[in-house]
Design a protein around this ligand. Structure first.
Ligand SMILES: Cc1cc2nc3c(=O)[nH]c(=O)nc-3n(C[C@H](O)[C@H](O)[C@H](O)COP(=O)(O)OP(=O)(O)OC[C@H]3O[C@@H](n4cnc5c(N)ncnc54)[C@H](O)[C@@H]3O)c2cc1C
Ligand code: SF4
Length: 468
């Protein structure tokens, strides 16, 4: 019989579905190590040498992309089914809010409304946990935006405050989770949906992690980016990859809506800030530098987390350049902390319907929860192994031209990794932009025709309704 670690290697890892979360490297005597590959993505690598005492039982069951692990519904049900309502797109929910932090500098120093850092800070401040596991610069004492960004364990409120902002940059959990095993205490961890799923799967196998990790704080997620994403933006700003020292992907521009943020980059020659929309490859929908695994994940609202925070991409809120959060709670303690702070005026939050919260992530949900069926079908057609997902493979998509868009996104994803690697090797950024531009132009034409068709469809429907 094939060993569990070998099976994980032969399926998830060999077929490119590893998101580099680090879960498989956490068990003692694990044969897996997490290393950065030539595309700037963290990946699990298996040590082929026979290791005495290696435990084989369950590596597949702790990988978020393995077909042998329970899915997000199975996991979330155990935690939230008794106390929460359920929505097919957002998972379980208790409180649903929109707004921002009103105290201190959380909002100014956050990507959107500052709730991400605030929830962790509040858990520590109110003594619900002893430690916070979050993502911050390894040298945050010198510059908050210095690369690399890493998962780190913080134990003071000041340290927690250093961990604001979304880092569209590869990170992995194995080192910090080993610290949790070695250092007794109560922990809160923040992560994107697949990383929180990994934590839950590890907790199911490791009683120490189950006992010590008290709260999981989720981030709404579109997808993860390789390190080359940061390098590609900075290079366009005149800072080549070898000189990139610091980056902030979410600089708020007071003259623009919240979704028109800028990118800051620093190299030895100085600092630059450029509107992100002016940089090639920053169109989030095109999915450049995306991990392949992200195209095979159907969790947008971190369905296994105790609370999830995202951007309120809704017309009513997007005009406010300071940033606004959408928040869904699932855990009663966190719900109470939020309600108390709202009553004290420390949080400026309004109740939101779950339908509105879902609407705020409309594009991401269509890509992740619906179109995933077609992407699974395409992989199967090519006789490749695919992970079992909650959505079944689907030969077709409605509207039909959506299939072309999916194929173009896949092409852009793969081509960005390959062409940027060559650009770096040759020291010539134009290798990347020249390879990508024709495919991106086809993608834009397809997108515009999709928007035009949608516009006429809505117009026709409204006309029919008014005429009625
Ligand atoms: C890769 C990625 C993709 C995202 N995609 C979407 C999306 O499609 N739609 C949407 O609405 N929101 C998305 N978000 C979330 C959004 O960018 C904000 O992080 C969220 O709105 C919280 O902002 P804030 O101001 O409340 O938090 P902040 O106060 O800025 O705190 C952010 C928290 O997230 C942690 N963090 C930062 N980077 C990472 C990381 N890579 N992995 C784990 N933790 C991290 C920080 O340590 C901090 O605790 C994404 C975030 C990431 C990291
Ligand atoms: S996704 Fe995570 S658990 Fe799965 S193989 Fe990669 S690093 Fe290991």
């Amino acid at each position: 019989m094939i060993n569990s670690h070998q099976a994980l290697s032969d399926t998830v890892i060999s077929n490119g579905y590893c998101v580099g979360c680090g879960a498989c490297a956490v068990p003692e005597q694990s044969p897996f190590k997490i290393l950065m590959d030539s595309y700037g993505q963290y990946r699990a690598h298996m040590d082929d040498s026979p290791v005495f005492g290696r435990t084989d039982s369950s590596y597949e069951e702790l990988c978020p992309f393995s077909s042998s692990a329970p899915n997000e519904d199975d996991i979330a049900k155990q935690y939230y089914a008794e106390t929460c309502e359920h929505h097919p797109q957002a998972g379980y929910y208790k409180g649903v809010y929109v707004g921002h932090v009103a105290e201190d500098e959380f909002r100014t120093r956050g990507s959107s409304g500052g709730m991400g850092t605030w929830v962790l800070h509040e858990l520590l401040d109110k003594k619900r946990v002893d430690y916070v596991i979050h993502v911050r610069s390894e040298t945050a004492d010198k510059d908050l935006n210095n690369i690399p960004f890493k998962y780190q364990v913080s134990r003071t409120l000041d340290e927690v405050r250093l961990g604001g902002k979304s880092r569209y940059y590869p990170i992995e959990l194995s080192q910090v989770l080993k610290t949790v095993r070695d250092q007794p205490g109560r922990y809160a961890v923040v992560g994107v949906p697949c990383f929180i799923k990994s934590v839950r799967l590890l907790q199911a196998q490791d009683p120490i992690l189950a006992e010590r990790i008290k709260y999981c704080v989720g981030l709404v997620c579109g997808h993860l980016k390789s390190a080359h994403y940061a390098e590609s933006l900075a290079w366009q700003m005149g800072i080549p990859p070898s000189e990139l020292e610091a980056i902030d992907f979410r600089i708020k521009d007071p003259s623009q809506p919240a979704n028109r943020y800028s990118t800051y980059a620093k190299g030895p020659s100085g600092e630059k800030v450029v509107p992100t929309n002016n940089l090639f490859g920053a169109d989030w929908g095109a999915g450049t530098f995306k991990y392949k695994a992200c195209d095979f994940c159907d969790d947008v609202f971190a369905e296994t987390a105790d609370v999830v925070l995202g951007d309120a991409w809704l017309p009513e809120y997007v005009q406010d350049s300071d940033g606004t959060n959408v928040v869904i709670t699932r855990n009663s303690d966190i719900q109470l902390l939020i309600e108390n702070a709202r009553n004290d005026g420390r949080l400026a939050l309004d109740d939101l319907s779950i339908e509105k919260a879902v609407q705020s992530q409309d594009a991401g949900l269509r890509h992740r929860k619906i179109s995933i069926g077609y992407r699974l079908h395409c992989e199967k057609e090519a006789n490749a192994w695919v992970p079992t997902k909650r959505t079944k493979p689907s030969r077709t998509l409605n509207p039909r031209h959506e299939m072309k868009r999916q194929r173009l996104r896949t092409e852009l994803r793969d081509l960005s990794h390959k062409s940027f690697l060559v650009a770096k090797k040759t020291g010539d950024l134009s290798v990347y932009t020249t390879a990508m531009t024709p495919v991106y132009n086809r993608y834009l034409i397809q997108k515009r025709s999709f928007l035009r068709r949608t516009y006429f469809l809505v117009k026709k429907t409204l006309k029919a309704m008014i005429g009625r």
